[in-house]
Design a protein around this ligand. Sequence first.
Ligand SMILES: NC(=O)C1=CN([C@@H]2O[C@H](COP(=O)(O)OP(=O)(O)OC[C@H]3O[C@@H](n4cnc5c(N)ncnc54)[C@H](OP(=O)(O)O)[C@@H]3O)[C@@H](O)[C@H]2O)C=CC1
Ligand SMILES: O=C(O)CCC(=O)C(=O)O
Length: 527
Amino acid sequence: MTIQGEQIIGRQIARGAEGSIYGVEAATGEKLQPAFGGATQADLERACQLADEAFDPYRALPAERRAAFLEAIAEEILALGDELIERCCAESGLPRGRIEGERGRTMGQLRLFASVLRDGGYLDARVDPPMPERQPLPRVDLRLRNVPIGPVAVFGASNFPLAFSVAGGDTASALAAGCPVVAKAHSAHPGTSELVGRAVLAAAQRCDMPEGVFSLLFDSSRRIGQGLVADHRIKAVGFTGSRGGGTALMKIAASRPEPIPVYAEMSSINPVFLFPQALEARAETIAKGFAASLVLGAGQFCTNPGLVIAVEGPALDRFVRATGEALAALPASVMLTPGIHEAFERGVAQLTGHAGVETVARGQEGGKLRGQAAFFAVDAEGFLADPMLQEEVFGASSLLVRCRDEAEMRRVAERLEGQLTAALHIEAGDHEAVRPLLPLLERKAGRILVNGFGTGVEVGHAMVHGGPFPATADGRSTSVGSKAIERFLRPVCYQDMPDDLLPPALQNANPERLWRRVDGVLTQPSA
Ligand SMILES: NC(=O)C1=CN([C@@H]2O[C@H](COP(=O)(O)OP(=O)(O)OC[C@H]3O[C@@H](n4cnc5c(N)ncnc54)[C@H](OP(=O)(O)O)[C@@H]3O)[C@@H](O)[C@H]2O)C=CC1
Ligand SMILES: O=C(O)CCC(=O)C(=O)O
């Protein structure tokens, strides 16, 4: 067995001495061996110091070297083989097919960022040539490129133990930007974390990366996670998890003598708007798609459709009936951790006991640690009267808001907090009713989609997986897709800098053959 309960600090693999953490088999709640030692303050100090020392040599490497490193991480993850898949399934309760798919996505993300590095566009190289003869004043020579922000702390997600964790999107985008990473392993999947951490270390050694480009710490008390965010050498944070956890880290980051950005993806209920013509034409088909999206991964997707908004009437009744039939055929699924299961049960019980809320459908009954899907309904007045009804119930739970008309649908939309996604189910005859809602949804959500559901995020160049608070801490960015690299970059301008002192990206000869914005015009490298 490769899993030894050890963390990684620079090139050293060793057991932490601060308490013990155990993985738990999600399906049974039984402890998994071995025990993982938590990091001490000295471990935290050393990981941050090494990351700081690695920063300049790492960012100075040619983009090709960093790209090869990212690709090597992908290869090393694949080389972990079945041990990774089995441990990850045991710790998360997610089925093998899903975990294999997620491994593919994780490798794909690493390779995507390798291609971003080779393309060079992320540097946003700009040259404003001097105009010494300009009247009344000459213009100076100005050149701009993006530089990495510094070492990044990454807190992986419990619900995506590979794609949003130790070598997930935050780590891939930070390493691509040129930032060393100190990852804090999620206590829900310590074994998976160690295996992936070892793969990153193997790749770093194979590619001769500077020591400290990556470290992985376990935390038995939350003090290490908090200390990481507070450490002066850490310059940004990537996080996916609860609103409570994310906002706690945001507060620490904001109260540092040097505040830093926290890119936290937290809570979203992803409203789904069902328009009358679409409901009339295909209420049953929409219901099937909705039920499938609701229970995907036991509902443990941040893009889960937790809120449905529609005008009441016979077509909506058909949708509710068909959803009930679809859910009745769907088994309850193992949830990620006993704590997440308990939080789900609590959220469902709160809705079940709410005076204005009706339980309209349940999935098949569960059993220990399994989440039974739940679909509730409330009228718009009831929804607008109680902000608690907007709180995310993490798992397969959704609330239908019955509106009297489309104006009431808009009023509900106006009241919503920031979201990762908003979905519209429409036919051509609904377009006029949809149009006035779009500017409002642009203010609320990072992604607006039509005739689909937000679960299953495509990793590409045009993807936005973000949104206004509380969906994320900073709605100006995305945590999925190539644009995620921008979170860990900042622009530097060089004024009247001699050519030989400029970074190659900005030198007159353009030795890296980059597309650059010259005097405002995007310009191809000359042959
Ligand atoms: N919207 C979304 O994308 C997601 C939402 N969630 C929500 O979060 C709940 C719990 O899930 P979980 O993944 O454990 O999320 P948490 O926010 O509890 O944990 C995420 C990570 O942050 C750490 N952390 C959390 N709070 C603090 C703190 N105050 N100080 C220092 N570190 C902290 C955790 O440490 P440790 O490992 O020690 O717990 C973990 O590594 C779910 O029930 C759900 O409501 C979860 C996943 C995704
Ligand atoms: O749906 C996806 O692929 C991403 C979902 C996500 O970010 C999450 O659930 O935390």
